[in-house]
Design a protein around this ligand. Structure first.
Ligand code: 1GP
Length: 250
């Protein structure tokens, strides 16, 4: 229970030190064989990832989340849930991105799932990290399942308006999501526009990050946190390289 209620503080401390935070995303629905997970987790942790995100949009059961989180905990890095729905919660984790999918057309993803899930978060003693989730461009499965009206990538002022509204509502983290497996990450121009509009919230960027240059561009554009997911399963050595690139950034 070493991270209980201290994950936000840990992230904040690193951001205040000027570090770029790297999060490794594991989707429990995509874990084929739990026996190969400890080695994968060890390599990501050794490369320097700051914490693990666990979640997905489809095919996730609470018992699978429990199993995956139990393995990842051995790394001693914080385990943060990234729930696509209420079934993404696990009492084994340390914290949860308590998200509202702001550009969904379905009120369920904006406040419905949250009211169903909040008492569970409390009961499990998970640390809630208040997060605005905003899908930009491609969207992928999260966009489809979340009934998203994706923001046009060529109009960063719309993303900035969402981010500012989220900040004014007190959301501490703003997650700009291109969609898992997106052909490309959110552009540096877009990130720069949003990051220069907000002043207090921390900007998380994810979706389609595959190259070290992507990390450098995203960091230079003002992101505080980067997330990589698919690359872990596709090319673990490349995933390690991305982490090392992120952690060299200061
Ligand atoms: C998805 O932002 C994350 O929610 C990560 O995306 O799987 O494309 O790295 P990738």
């Amino acid at each position: 229970m070493m991270w209980k209620s201290r994950v936000g503080e840990y992230i904040e401390g690193k951001i205040n030190e000027g570090e770029l935070i790297h999060l490794s995303l594991i989707d429990p629905a995509k874990v084929q064989d739990l026996r190969s997970l400890p080695e994968m987790v060890r390599r990501l942790a050794d490369a320097g990832t700051d914490a693990f995100l666990v979640g997905g949009s489809i095919g996730v059961s609470e018992s699978d989340v429990d199993s995956v989180v139990t393995v990842i905990r051995e790394s001693n890095k914080p385990v943060i849930l990234f729930p696509g729905n209420v079934n993404g919660l696990s009492r084994m984790a340390d914290a949860v991105l308590f998200m509202s999918l702001l550009n969904s057309d379905d009120i369920y993803y904006i406040i419905g799932a949250q009211i169903v899930g909040a008492p569970i978060v409390k009961k499990y003693g998970l640390e809630p990290l208040p997060t605005a989730y905003i899908v930009v461009g491609y969207g992928g499965t999260a966009g489809f399942i979340g009934k998203v009206r994706a923001l046009p990538i060529e109009k960063p002022e719309i993303g900035a308006a969402y981010a500012l509204a989220a900040e004014y509502l007190g959301m501490k983290y703003i997650y700009l999501e291109a969609g898992s497996g997106s052909p490309q990450p959110i552009t540096p121009q877009y990130i720069k526009y949003v990051s220069s509009t907000i002043s207090k919230s921390h900007l998380i960027i994810g979706g389609g990050i595959r190259k070290p240059e992507d990390i450098v561009k995203i960091a230079n554009a003002g992101a505080h946190i980067v997330v990589t997911g698919n690359i872990i399963e596709d090319d673990l050595s490349r995933a390690e390289e991305l982490i090392r690139t992120a952690k060299r950034f200061k």
